[in-house]
Design a protein around this ligand. Structure first.
Ligand code: NFS
Ligand code: SF4
Length: 662
């Protein structure tokens, strides 16, 4: 029998195999045993009232199938889909709310372990919110006003979410025309839940517009708020070096992993592991030091800002424990497998939950509180240190690791294209217009045990850059690229098409730019807006030679992201089987109708070759509509440079890290 590859990540595969030989079960084994229910998976099962569940199956289900109440298949599939978008938006936005209250506590002097790290960013955001800054106004007062104004975005009943006005005018006009400008985050979430109640909204188009509206409240609300506040509190990322994969764990040091999504506690832990008293405490317990690593999106946050190494994304979490080297793993919210706790009992690892919102039976709980952040961080680090001596010999440590460059905030991307004085998106737009860069793809989303995990990310990353497509990546997509060794400038030399390679060399960037965590997909919206405003391409986000791809998505959060990209004008392709597969009508609305109205769409396509072809087709058609030069593979050679030498020197003069760090 041919061996089934469970992960495309070789180190992961080795650990999985070791687990199999030791009868240790992982999500990969459970995915094999637990086949998804085909009725539910395709959106054809309604279980929103207790008359059902009603399953609409059979040849003519779309035309003739009815639930007990008379609901049609398009209603049921649309309603199920809307609920996914709501849940995803709620998750990102509730995380954002915590960030906003942390900023408020800092501004009020109630969270003295934190400070405002990026005053420039605070002022920029204050400017967008019409809040007075500078002229001797105390920074904390500005921060308080910013926090309060952004907190209003959650509970606002009428009007518009603040950051809606950051979008290009034309994009906003489309939203107005179709009635999907979100008012307040919580209002849209509540209203959508109401609409999906038994006996309320039955029009699939109307339900799907609601999915776009609530998701816009995430993208231009929750997620954007989270990104901005995180930058204000902890610094706007700029390129840093880090490492990825299981080889980041050290045999002779205390290994502590931060896993989840909210960066506040992780930031404190970064501080605490460097405290001399902590280090000597670790030494007193026989370790040579304390080694901090990350997992999932918390990893992305601390990698982007501090170069903390990452053990990878979603499907790597159990495998990290199976190395036998993790003394403690601290988790907050989202994408945490409850299986960690059972698994940890086979090793010595302590699983520590830290949020009242996310507890797991059997785990240790240390409640996080931003008012006592450092004290709590110390307690966690000490717990890890105390557990070092309990390490058992068993485990499958695979010492592979790869260098990564991360930290491409939109501010930095602008800066790298012209230095402090001439920061702009001109060079990027010019390169796209000329056809050196064929287009831009946001490669994002989860990794998934139902496919050779991380394999679709790897395949698409390489094929896209070969085709001169610049990639911006986030979330576990970034982790998949990082643990494959793709997040380095050398990747350009090895794989990128000649046009893209030239641009990468001229600016000094890798062909895959790690933009951060999943809430940082909002950075892609900001970049697309800047490109529209720079001129020469589309004058709105829609119509850009840009596509979003989440080839291994699994989380409802990914659905929210897909929807706000689509509503903003970016066609999106998700891998895997469609959660609305059962309804042709719903599929037609999400592709054709949405494209007509918003110039974005949401496709589901399990075949990676077809994902690639569809993405390139969208890009080429957008180029054609914009009357850009036809993209010709191999047209540009290495001898041609993007900018003249004077422009390049200008960049190098002002350059902080990017040219020096590699
Ligand atoms: Ni995004 Fe980040 Fe990863 Fe998927 Fe989960 S960690 S928020 S949801 S699995 S990319
Ligand atoms: Fe069935 Fe209608 Fe109840 Fe859904 S809402 S479970 S279709 S009766």
């Amino acid at each position: 029998m041919e061996k089934v590859v469970k992960s495309a990540n070789e180190a992961a595969e080795q650990i999985i195999e070791w687990g199999e030989s030791h009868k240790i079960e992982t999500c990969f084994d459970r995915a094999e045993k637990m086949k998804p229910c085909p009725i539910g998976a395709s959106g054809a099962c309604c279980r929103i009232c207790h008359v059902g569940p009603c399953r609409l199956v059979g040849q003519n289900a779309e035309e003739e199938g009815r639930g007990v109440c008379g609901a049609t298949l398009p209603t049921i599939a649309g309603r199920n889909f809307l609920r996914m978008a709501v849940a995803g938006s709620a998750a990102h936005s509730d995380h954002a709310r915590d960030m906003a209250f942390t900023l408020l506590a800092v501004a009020n002097g109630e969270a003295s372990d934190f400070k405002i790290t990026d005053v420039k960013k605070l002022y920029r955001v204050a400017g967008m919110l019409d809040i007075e800054f500078g002229n001797g106004r105390p920074i904390n007062n500005v921060a308080r006003d910013v926090a309060l104004k952004l907190i209003e975005d959650f509970g606002r009943q009428k009007g518009e979410i603040n950051f809606i006005k950051r979008a290009p005018k034309k994009t906003q006009e489309r939203w107005k025309k179709w009635g999907i400008v979100p008012r307040g985050v919580d209002r849209e979430i509540t209203e959508s839940m109401h609409r999906t109640n038994m006996g309320v909204d039955h029009d699939p188009d109307n339900l799907l517009l609601s999915a776009l509206k609530v998701s816009l409240a995430d993208g231009w609300g929750g997620s954007m708020i989270s990104t901005d506040i995180t930058d204000i509190l902890f610094g706007t990322p700029k390129p840093v070096k880090g490492e990825a994969s299981f080889g980041i764990f050290k045999e002779d040091e205390v290994n502590l992993v931060v896993h989840g999504h909210e960066p506040s506690l992780a930031e404190m832990i970064v501080d605490v592991v460097n405290e001399p008293e902590m280090i000597s405490y670790a030494k007193s317990k026989g370790a040579n030091g304390i080694n901090l690593g990350g997992m999932c999106c918390t990893a992305n946050e601390v990698l982007m800002r501090h170069g903390i190494p990452t053990a990878g994304g979603f499907t790597n979490q159990e495998l990290a424990i199976m190395t036998g080297l993790v003394d403690a793993i601290t988790v907050d919210v989202q994408c945490i497998m409850p299986a960690l706790v059972e698994l940890s009992k086979k090793f010595h690892t302590k699983v520590i939950t830290t949020s009242h919102k996310a507890k797991i039976p059997g785990a240790m709980h240390i409640q996080y509180d931003e008012h006592r952040a450092k004290e709590i961080a110390r307690e966690i680090v000490r717990t890890a240190i105390d557990n070092y001596a309990n390490r058992k010999a068993e485990g499958s440590h695979v010492p592979d690791k790869f260098p990564v460059i991360a930290g491409f905030s939109h501010e930095y991307i602008e800066y790298m294209q012209g230095g402090s004085w001439r920061a702009s998106f001109r060079p990027l737009n010019d390169a796209i217009m000329a056809g050196r860069i064929r287009g831009v793809v946001g490669l994002a989303g989860c990794d998934n045990p139902r496919v050779p995990s991380q394999g679709l990310h790897r395949f698409l990353a390489i094929e896209l850059i070969k085709n001169d497509v610049l990639i911006v990546s986030t979330g576990c997509g970034s982790a998949a690229c990082g643990t494959a060794g793709f997040l380095t400038p050398e990747t350009a030399l090895e794989y990128a098409g000649p046009g893209l390679m030239e641009v990468c060399e001229a600016i000094g960037i890798p062909p895959i730019l790690h933009l951060g965590s999943c809430v940082d997909n909002s950075r892609i919206l900001t970049i697309a807006t800047a490109m529209a405003e720079e001129g020469g391409l589309s004058d709105e986000i829609g119509g850009m030679p840009a596509v979003g791809i989440a080839p291994e998505w699994m989380s409802e959060k990914a659905i929210a992201i897909g929807c706000y990209f689509a509503a903003s004008g970016i066609p999106v392709i998700f891998g895997g089987e469609s959660p609305v597969e059962a309804s042709k009508e719903v599929t037609r609305i999400m592709t054709g109708v949405w494209f007509e109205r918003f110039r974005g769409a949401l496709h589901f396509e399990p075949d990676p070759e077809k994902i690639l072809a569809l993405a390139l087709d969208y890009i080429d058609k957008a180029r054609e509509t914009l009357k850009l030069r036809k993209y010709e593979p191999g047209k540009f050679g290495a001898e041609r440079v993007l900018m003249d030498m004077a422009a390049r020197r200008e960049i190098e003069k002002g350059a902080k890290p990017h040219l020096g760090i590699y």
